[in-house]
Design a binder for this molecule. Structure first.
Ligand code: GUN
Length: 296
């Protein structure tokens, strides 16, 4: 029997805690955290994420400063906007939704965001702090998806020390920071990826398996060790035929029905990691607000 890890519920609990905290912060400082949400163009998936991030931010009492820009914007103009947001005192967090159009060099934009306002935790200073810091993460700006995965693991109340953790995926957004976080929990961490030799065998050794490779249902039941914890970061839209009709459905990187039979705990898609990513963005914005008030 597998526990289904309820990301929606854990994220809702985190948002409720943040809402209470923001009420207290407003009493203390006379202002609330502000999040600038920057979207360039109209990539469908980005619009869905930005809408959900905005809605959730407003619900917990964060002020949202919305900047929806045309997809033809130049890198120079986008940098001007980031520089202005860096200077605005009511902006504590800046989120630039990725991907950006091809005329814009993503890392140049991420580097331009003040590390103190880096709601995503993608700036090299924050990447460095994450890799250096010991296990006190209360004032660090940590990438939201891997931190959300860690909170779900901690919620299981099992001892993570010494566990074999395998992360499939080496992205800057998920795979690499996930490995850092697990290392800080004293897991033995393997980072695998799409070019890893004999991936099923490596996964078979995982007590904790984090799938963040972006390939629909690549992880099969036989790859999973009996009793492993499986966290599925993948959000893939695929076309299936139901009763002769073509439909688009969301699936993870894990073949859920097969993995469910082997795992001791597993995240569903949707309703697993997704809501946690957004809740952790709100957490980072609140941390940035608190840090800025400590620094005055
Ligand atoms: N695009 C996909 N995931 C993310 C994320 O976590 N943050 C941002 N800014 N863009 C994304």
């Amino acid at each position: 029997m597998s526990i289904i890890i309820d990301g929606k519920k854990i994220a809702s609990n985190l948002r409720n805690e943040l809402k209470k905290e923001i009420t207290e912060l407003k009493k203390k400082y006379g202002s609330v955290p502000g999040l600038a949400v920057v979207q360039v163009g109209n990539v469908a998936a980005s619009s869905v994420y930005v809408k959900a991030k905005t809605k959730n931010a407003l619900e917990v009492g964060i002020e949202v400063i919305d900047h929806h820009l045309d997809e033809t914007i130049t890198q120079e103009l986008l940098l001007d906007l980031i520089n202005n947001l860096n200077k605005q005192s009511n902006v504590n967090g800046i989120l630039v939704q990725l991907p950006l159009p091809k005329q814009i060099h993503e890392q140049t934009i991420l580097d331009a965001i003040s590390p103190d306002k880096d709601a995503d935790g993608f700036h090299p200073v924050n990447v460095g702090k994450l890799s250096i810091a010991s296990n006190n993460d209360n004032n660090l700006l940590i990438p939201c998806t891997p931190y959300g995965c860690l909170l779900m693991l901690r919620g299981l109340k099992i001892d993570l020390v010494g566990k074999n953790a395998v992360v499939i995926g080496r992205s800057n957004i998920v795979g690499k920071p996930m490995a850092q976080l697990l290392l800080k929990e004293s897991c033995t961490v393997t980072i695998a990826h799409s070019k890893t030799n004999n991936l099923p065998k490596i996964c078979n050794n995982a007590d904790i398996l984090i799938a963040a490779v972006g390939k629909p249902e690549i992880v099969r039941g036989e790859w999973i060790k009996e009793g492993a914890i499986v966290i599925d970061v993948g959000i893939n839209r695929i076309e299936v035929e139901i009763n002769g009709e073509k439909k688009t459905v969301l699936v993870g990187d894990v073949k859920y029905n097969e993995a469910f039979k082997k795992a001791s705990a597993i995240t569903p898609v949707p309703g697993g990691v997704g809501p946690m990513t957004i809740a952790c963005l709100l957490r980072n914005t609140t941390i940035a607000f608190k840090n800025s008030n400590l620094n005055v």
